[in-house]
Design a protein around this ligand. Structure first.
Ligand code: ARG
Length: 576
């Protein structure tokens, strides 16, 4: 099948070439949705100057040629030179039948496929995921799923913070508590308790503080026992992360962890390389790089700190090693960092340094997919009554509890109720993040997220569940509707079918700027078109070919919704 915008684009280009000369076969047809027809082309206005004719003088004959095409019902010039185009019902119906028969539902495969690193979630060992981790995790995962689906070679990378000074203290505390008890605490996500107890001893007990410092030195020197204990802390935390990711339906696996410690063996070499080439210099005893184009206060260049004066490496160094590794070892041609807006300067410095060092060379690109803040009702950071960051796990629990109370309460079977509440609660939370532009901040409001109307997860899940129940009542399997005729007898059917044909474009549109909310918006429009269709067009009580056609449209809608939500990482409960 062809998506309508692409098909019309080709027709407009052909008409331009026939009217104005072969050179115009490559012109931008400027197809846009229109309020007066299916689409409009703005090409005549754009080309008028270079052609030397008025826009209307170009639009008129082009519209005539378009009107003669079998797939176009009407093409009219309006205003200064817009061409309003309406497709024929037959063409739309034919494309819908092809879409129904297409396992990919019209989603193209990327040509060529690229190696793309998606750096997201950014968890830290022995630190609990809090509300602020939700968006970079959920948005990054949707981006990775979509790139995957388009056939790109996606490298998921969770830049796990597992290296640094607190580990000496945490190892000593783990020894005091005992290894099994440490596991029990950390695998359950009781990090704050663990960390605070360690910290309290560090402050109040000089003997403990001493041991901790010695342990850190041993760890950094690669002492096997220190390493074993450190590994234990990492493994215990991984156990917790696995549980959270699995409950959130996040595709990150152990193999996708790109922990800071992974880059440790590369740090000395990276520093040496940059210093030898004069890109990094010693400043106040520390090795620093000053990527061009960044000045802070008093017009001073902004540094990346590569090696502290005591010889230690930090967050900057790891990120420099990581970007070099991704570009030169993995040979990625696109890097997407799905990270909070507060790290914007840091990442811009890293990208600029990579350019300066000759690692980031076109056509390779690096981008910061900025994540805005999810806030409490007053626009402030989400916090508990005692002023702590809200844990991600409690956010999920609350979403599921509320979903159980609002949506799943009418199910008597407790197991069924639990499953539905889980899918709806988690789905609502994730969809809330995915339906707004990722860089905007938004207020967490469970009542809005869980509403059954509006651009919400439950509304979309409900539309899909409703279609499933239509098939259940008909005693039919939606999969067998493929190959049925599709006839577009009413405006509602036509609008729905035309909308569905835009699925492929909606998926590929996400990729350009790494913006999953565009797919969410498409799915919402689709579900709305379905709602109108279902209100106006009886399905099961219709007869013969009309019934079969409407069932086919239902089946197509179901597949588009389920596939689309799946690409966003949202599952659809069987019933709702
Ligand atoms: N672990 C980091 C943090 O909690 C986020 C990592 C983001 N990715 C990166 N390559 N720096 O702030």
């Amino acid at each position: 099948m062809t998506d309508p915008e692409a098909a019309l684009g080709q027709l407009v280009r052909d008409a331009l070439a026939a009217e104005l000369g072969a050179a115009y076969a490559e012109a931008d047809p400027l197809i846009r949705p229109s309020g007066f027809a299916d689409y409009q082309s703005n090409a005549a206005m754009a080309l008028a100057k270079s052609v030397g004719r008025s826009p209307r003088a170009i639009a008129g004959p082009v519209a005539d040629r378009l009107g003669a095409s079998a797939s176009v019902a009407k093409a009219e010039v309006s205003g200064p030179g817009f061409i309003n185009i309406t497709l024929t019902d037959e063409w739309i119906a034919e494309q819908s039948i092809e879409q129904l028969a297409d396992p990919r539902l019209g989603v193209p495969r990327a040509e060529p496929s690229q190696t793309i690193v998606v750096d997201y979630s950014g968890p830290n060992v022995a630190k609990e995921l809090h509300a602020g981790h939700l968006r970079p995790t959920v948005v990054g995962d949707a981006i990775a799923r979509i790139l995957d689906h388009l056939g790109h070679d996606v490298v998921r990378a969770a830049h796990l913070g597992d290296w640094g000074t607190p580990f000496g203290m945490m190892i000593e505390h783990a020894l005091d508590v005992g290894e099994q008890a440490t596991y029990d605490l950390l695998a359950a996500g009781e990090f704050t308790e663990f960390y605070q107890a360690a910290r309290a001893k560090f402050v109040s007990d000089p003997g403990f503080a001493d041991r901790s410092r010695r342990r850190l030195v041993q760890l950094q020197a690669g002492d096997p026992e220190a390493m074993r204990l450190w590994r234990m802390l990492v493994d215990d935390s991984m156990e917790y992360l696995r549980q959270i990711y699995s409950r959130l339906n996040i595709t990150l696996t152990d193999a996708d962890m790109a922990p800071e410690s992974f880059y440790d063996p590369m740090l000395a070499d990276v520093c040496e390389d940059l210093e030898r080439r004069g890109i990094a210099v010693i400043s106040d005893g520390a090795l620093c790089a000053f990527p061009p184009g960044f000045t802070g206060r008093d017009n001073k260049p902004v540094p990346l700190m590569l090696r502290k004066s005591d010889g230690g490496y930090g967050y900057d160094t790891t990120d420099v090693a990581a970007i070099r590794y991704r570009l030169t070892d993995l040979k990625a041609t696109r890097l997407i960092y799905v990270v909070g807006s507060e790290q914007s300067l840091h990442l811009q410095l890293i990208f600029e340094l990579a350019r300066q060092a000759g690692w980031l060379v076109p056509p390779a690109t690096a981008e910061h997919a900025v994540i805005g803040l999810m806030t409490g009702p007053g626009g402030q950071r989400l916090q508990t009554r005692s002023g702590e960051q809200v844990k991600l796990a409690s956010l999920m629990d609350e979403a599921v509890d509320r979903a159980a109370a609002v949506i799943a309460e009418r199910y008597v079977d407790p197991e069924q109720r639990r499953q539905i509440a889980e899918a709806v609660g988690i789905g609502a939370l994730k969809y809330g993040d995915l339906s707004v532009a990722r860089d905007s901040s938004y207020v967490l409001d469970f009542d809005r997220l869980l509403a059954l109307t509006g651009n919400t997860g439950p509304y979309l899940q409900y539309a899909a569940a409703r279609i499933r129940s239509i098939f259940a009542r008909a005693g039919l399997d939606p999969a067998t509707a493929a190959g049925d005729p599709i006839m577009l007898g009413t405006v509602a059917e036509r609008t729905l079918a035309l909308r569905l044909l835009g699925f492929g474009r909606a998926v590929t549109d996400v990729v350009v700027g790494a913006e999953p909310h565009k797919l969410a918006g498409f799915l919402f429009d689709t579900a709305s078109a379905f709602t109108t269709f279902y209100e106006q067009c009886p399905v099961l009580t219709a007869e013969g070919d009309t019934r079969r056609s409407r069932l086919a449209l239902c089946a197509l809608t179901l597949r588009v919704l389920v596939t689309g939500l799946g690409l966003l990482g949202i599952s659809v409960p069987e019933r709702m």
